[in-house]
Structure formats: structure tokens, C-alpha cells
Design a protein around this ligand. Structure first.
Ligand code: HEC
Ligand code: HEC
Ligand code: HEC
Ligand code: HEC
Ligand code: HEC
Ligand code: HEC
Length: 387
């Protein structure tokens, strides 16, 4: 409905301009030559600007995480805004500036859509045009996903595995764990006492009552890696990096074969069964995949095979206290079921951990790059002695 009104006001605006040009009548001019025929405005426009199409799109869209997600509150900080706020995103793609939004609001129609550049000829949906996206983790690498550059600007890694694998000399590292409650402290202390957390030869812990904090000192040797954050990993949504084969650590691998898929849109806005006749749920329509691939690509089969390799690796990382178990699953682990632990580990274990985080955070169970996911899982299995 909103769009129909907008369209009417566009017509009204044009009429208003014509009216305001009407001055006192002068003498009649000579007839001009006939202009070329225009498009059938109403019909062409109504293909999209009808209440049925636009309302259905608005309804589908309003149920997605793009509209409802909790992370949109994060856009008031400059380091998060470009991907977690409409205003800061628009500013970033306009000027390259990372700003904090005064008030952070979610993705909306105008985040991805611009104004029509022309209303003549074959009018298509106006799309914000974004050139190749410079990778946050590698300034000489550009993601080129066509219309999907809109998506890749946000759906990319913020970090690489090198972030934590950085000690070239033996180093004592103190980590402050703020404990919100005495219980949390007791729990952590019990884990330390049980030797579950690896402090290294000269490591120690101190509990400071005054500031209600636990200070843990790790004795990091150069053959070990210390993870100091429960948010370790590439950050959520490293999809563009998966396509490029550069999410994992240290695995730089094969790129997705882009012959059939130049951008994100071909899979994520392809749901022709949607009420709008178009997919603003952003969920891939598997029937469409099958229509093209026939039986050659068994989507669910590929995903199930990968899940069957991910699960034992996750269980091993939980046993090593490298991943924390959220207790929400015993198989078919997703990124929501586990979280990184503050822990020191061997380099091989760290590489296994990092690659598993990349695969889980990507959320496609390998579809965003089948060969590369296979490559990452080989490394995981070798590093953890699972094969
Ligand atoms: C401004 C940054 C931004 C842009 C642009 C963007 N996304 Fe997202 N997307 C996000 C964030 C952030 C979330 C998660 C929100 C949350 O859960 O709080 C998300 C969630 C998703 C989801 C999960 C949907 C769900 O409902 O579970 C899909 C799929 C997705 N995006 C695909 C895309 C595609 C395809 C495009 C391009 C057409 C795109 N995104 C453009 C930031 C963005
Ligand atoms: C380069 C873009 C980018 C930046 C910068 C960024 N994020 Fe995100 N973030 C994303 C995307 C994309 C998603 C959604 C991923 C998905 O659903 O697959 C996301 C998801 C999240 C989520 C939701 C996780 C969940 O599963 O519920 C939180 C919380 C979050 N980000 C916090 C932050 C914070 C805090 C910052 C700043 C310190 C930040 N992000 C910076 C792109 C970014
Ligand atoms: C995350 C990005 C994104 C958001 C948000 C978004 N769209 Fe789209 N929209 C797209 C893309 C990409 C296309 C496909 C363009 C193409 O293939 O030419 C599209 C296509 C369309 C089309 C054309 C459909 C057709 O059949 O050709 C309409 C109409 C539309 N969007 C309306 C909306 C409305 C209304 C909203 C807000 C409720 C919205 N969009 C939000 C990305 C987005
Ligand atoms: C293929 C789909 C499609 C067709 C056909 C289409 N539009 Fe649009 N139009 C859109 C989308 C998508 C938006 C952006 C919606 C948003 O950002 O809220 C839009 C926005 C607009 C706007 C507001 C922004 C602006 O450009 O000023 C006007 C006015 C408009 N369209 C008029 C028209 C007219 C007149 C026609 C026919 C000549 C037409 N549209 C044909 C999809 C379409
Ligand atoms: C318009 C036709 C078409 C549609 C629709 C389509 N694909 Fe494809 N896809 C291709 C072509 C062409 C290739 C490249 C040649 C090949 O590997 O078969 C390809 C390749 C792939 C690959 C292999 C990439 C690699 O690195 O080897 C995967 C995985 C894939 N598609 C998944 C999907 C999924 C999932 C969908 C639905 C969401 C889908 N495809 C829809 C045409 C299509
Ligand atoms: C070859 C088809 C294809 C292409 C191209 C593609 N995706 Fe996906 N994507 C999928 C499939 C299939 C899934 C898994 C959906 C499922 O299992 O429910 C997925 C899952 C996702 C998810 C997680 C959705 C969720 O359930 O939370 C996000 C986010 C996402 N893709 C973003 C992107 C972005 C961004 C791009 C472009 C850089 C992209 N995708 C390109 C097929 C594709």
C-alpha cells in the first residue's frame, strides 16, 4: 500500500510542477513534431508497484532477520555501524567512512534499492550500485558479486586466524576475566583446578575480590596459540570470503566455480513460490536449484555429508575445552550451539578450531564453496587426528 501511495504522489508531484508553470496565457505557439511513443506507464509500473506485489514483499521482508534481528542495536559504534545500521551502511558505501549511527536502524528497502535512474524503456528494480568490495581482511583483494556486492559489503569476515596466532617469543599474557557473579567465578576456578584450562608451565590465577575479577596469566610458548576472546573467529557472516576461498586459517584454497553463480542474488532472491512472485525472504528456493542442476547437485546430500564430518570435530573441540558447549545440541551442531573458550592450545588444534568456526559461521553447510569446505575439513580432521 505504501508503495502505491508513493507512486501516486510521484504523479501528483509532476502535475504540481506543471501547474506551477502556468502563468498568464500568452499567444499560442506553432505545433511541434510528434514525440516517440513512451512505454505503457501504468502496466509496466504495476508489474512491481501494485499493492499485491509490494505488500507481499513487505510482509516477507518484515519476517527476516534483516528486519527483526537483535544485532541492529550495534550500529551506534563506528566499528560495527557499516554492517549493523542502515544509515552507517549508506554512508560507508557512499564515502568509505565508518561512522557510528546516532540511532541505529535495521536494513530497509532503501538500503539495497536506490531511485530509478530512468523510467523509460524496460524499467527494472532500482538497485544501489556498488563496485567490487574491498575485503576487510585483505585490502588488495576485491569481492566481485555484481548485485551481490550489496550483500558482500556486510557478509564478509572481519578477522583472520593470524589475529591470535601471534607470539613469536615466549610471552606471559594476563587475561582479565570479569565475573558477573560469584557462581561464575567458582565454576571457572573449578575448571582451572581440574586442569581443564591450560595455563602453561609458569601460568597462574589470581582472584581480585575488590574488582570482582579473575586474572589468569598464561605462559605462552611459541608452539602454542592463546585465544583470549569468547568471540574468536572470523565474525558472523563470512560468506563472501568462503566464495573466495580465504576464510580459513592457514588455508587459502580454491574459489567457488562461478560459472553458474555470479552473485548472491541468484540463489537468495530466487523464490518464485513467494507470494510476491519474488524472494524477499532471502531463503534459497531449492526447487529452483533442482530445476537447473537436475540430480547432478544433491544439495541436502552435500550438506548432510559435511554435517557428519563437522559433528565429531566439534565434539573433539568441546572435549579439549576449546569450544564451550551451549548444551543445546548433541548432533547437527550449528554456530548457535557452541562458543569459543579462553584457552591455550597447540597450533594444530587452533587451526582446527578456526576452520570449524569459519564453516559454522558461514551457515551454508558447504554450499558456498563445496571444494574449499572439503579442504578445510581435511585440515581439521588431520589436525585433530580424526582420520
Ligand atoms: C547492512 C549490512 C547487510 C546487508 C547490505 C545485507 N545483509 Fe544480510 N544480514 C546482515 C545482518 C547483520 C544479518 C543478521 C541480523 C541479525 O540476526 O541480527 C543478516 C542476515 C541475513 C540472512 C539470514 C536471514 C534470516 O532471516 O535468518 C541472510 C540469508 C542474508 N542476510 C542474506 C543477505 C543477502 C543475500 C544480501 C544481499 C541481497 C544481504 N544479506 C544484505 C547484514 C546485511
Ligand atoms: C563487515 C561487516 C560487519 C561488521 C563490521 C560487524 N558485523 Fe556483526 N554481523 C555481520 C553480519 C553479516 C552478521 C550476520 C551473519 C549471519 O547471520 O550469517 C552479523 C551478526 C552479528 C551478530 C548476531 C549474531 C547472532 O547470531 O545472533 C552480532 C551480535 C554482531 N554481529 C555484533 C557485531 C559487533 C558488536 C560489531 C562491532 C564490534 C560487529 N558485529 C561488526 C557483519 C558485520
Ligand atoms: C538486502 C537487500 C534488499 C532489501 C533490503 C530489499 N530488496 Fe528488493 N531486491 C533486492 C534485489 C537484489 C533484487 C533483485 C534485483 C534484480 O535481480 O534485478 C530486488 C528486487 C525487488 C523488486 C523487483 C521484483 C521483480 O519481480 O523484479 C521489488 C519490487 C523489490 N525488490 C521491492 C523491495 C521492497 C518493497 C523492499 C522493502 C520491503 C525491498 N525490496 C528490500 C534486494 C533487496
Ligand atoms: C521491476 C520492478 C519495478 C518496476 C517495473 C518499476 N519500479 Fe518503481 N521502484 C521499484 C523499487 C524496488 C523501488 C524502491 C522501493 C523502495 O526503496 O522503497 C521503486 C521506487 C520507485 C519510486 C520512488 C523512488 C524514485 O525513484 O523516485 C518511484 C516514484 C517509482 N518507483 C516509480 C515507478 C514508475 C513511474 C514506474 C513505471 C514507469 C516504475 N516505478 C516501475 C521497482 C519497480
Ligand atoms: C540458472 C541455472 C542454475 C540455478 C538456478 C542454480 N545453479 Fe548452481 N550452478 C549452475 C552452473 C551452470 C554451475 C557451474 C557448473 C557446474 O558446476 O555444474 C553451478 C554450480 C553450482 C555449484 C558448484 C560450484 C563449485 O564450486 O563447484 C553449487 C554447489 C551450486 N551450483 C549450487 C546451487 C544451489 C544451491 C542452487 C539453488 C539455490 C543453484 N545452484 C541454482 C547453474 C545453476
Ligand atoms: C549457489 C547458491 C548460493 C549462492 C550463490 C549464495 N548462497 Fe548463501 N546459501 C545458499 C544455501 C543453499 C544456503 C543454506 C540454506 C539452508 O540450508 O537453509 C545458504 C545460506 C546462507 C546464509 C545463512 C542463512 C541462514 O539460514 O541463516 C547466509 C547469510 C547467506 N547464505 C548469504 C549469502 C551471501 C552474502 C552470498 C553472496 C556472497 C550467498 N549467500 C551466495 C546458497 C547460496
Amino acid at each position: 500500500m505504501k508503495k502505491t501511495i508513493k507512486l501516486l504522489s510521484f504523479a501528483f508531484f509532476a502535475a504540481a510542477i506543471l501547474m506551477s508553470c502556468e502563468g498568464p496565457e500568452g499567444p499560442a505557439g506553432t505545433d511541434g513534431t510528434d514525440g516517440i511513443d513512451g512505454v505503457d506507464g501504468t502496466l509496466a509500473c504495476l508489474e512491481c508497484h501494485s499493492a499485491t506485489v509490494m505488500d507481499a514483499i513487505v510482509d516477507e521482508f518484515s519476517l527476516t532477520k534483516h528486519a527483526t534481528g537483535s544485532s541492529w542495536a550495534r550500529g551506534t559504534s563506528a566499528s560495527c555501524g557499516r554492517c549493523h545500521s542502515h544509515d552507517a551502511y549508506v554512508e560507508f558505501v557512499r564515502s568509505g567512512e565508518e561512522i557510528a549511527a546516532a540511532v541505529s536502524t535495521p536494513v530497509e528497502c532503501g538500503t539495497c534499492h536506490s531511485d530509478h535512474q530512468t523510467l523509460e524503456g524496460d524499467v527494472s528494480a532500482p538497485i544501489r550500485e556498488i563496485d567490487g568490495v574491498v575485503a576487510m581482511v585483505n585490502s588488495i583483494l576485491t569481492f566481485d558479486h555484481g548485485k551481490g556486492n550489496i550483500c558482500a559489503t556486510c557478509h564478509q569476515s572481519r578477522r583472520t586466524g593470524a589475529e591470535y596466532d601471534k607470539y613469536t617469543a615466549n610471552t606471559m599474557v594476563e587475561v582479565k576475566l570479569a565475573t558477573a557473579s560469584a557462581d561464575a567465578y567458582t565454576e571457572y576456578k573449578a575448571e582451572l583446578d581440574a586442569g581443564i584450562i591450560n595455563l602453561g608451565t609458569n601460568g597462574s590465577i589470581t582472584y581480585d575480590n575488590g574488582v570482582d575479577s579473575l586474572f589468569v596469566e598464561f605462559d605462552v610458548t611459541t608452539d602454542m596459540v592463546l585465544v583470549t576472546s569468547t568471540h574468536a573467529g572470523p565474525h558472523h557472516g563470512p560468506q563472501a570470503n568462503t566464495f573466495a576461498g580465504i576464510t580459513g586459517y592457514p588455508t587459502a584454497g580454491v574459489e567457488f566455480d562461478r560459472a553458474g553463480h555470479t552473485d548472491c542474488v541468484s540463489c537468495h532472491l530466487n523464490d518464485t513460490t513467494a507470494a510476491s512472485g519474488f524472494g524477499h525472504s532471502f531463503e534459497p528456493d531449492v526447487a529452483q536449484c533442482d530445476a537447473c542442476h537436475g540430480t547432478a547437485v544433491d544439495l541436502e546430500g552435500i550438506q548432510a555429508d559435511f554435517q557428519a564430518r563437522i559433528d565429531p570435530a566439534v565434539e573433539e573441540l568441546i572435549a579439549l575445552h576449546i569450544l564451550g558447549d551451549g548444551g543445546t545440541a548433541t548432533s547437527n551442531y550449528t554456530v548457535a550451539d557452541v562458543h569459543p573458550m579462553i584457552q591455550m592450545m597447540t597450533r594444530a588444534q587452533y587451526q582446527a578450531f578456526y576452520n570449524i568456526m569459519c564453516i559454522l559461521e558461514d551457515k551454508s553447510l558447504g554450499i558456498h564453496n563445496v571444494d574449499y569446505t572439503d579442504q578445510m575439513l581435511d585440515l581439521v580432521e588431520n589436525s585433530l587426528g580424526l582420520k
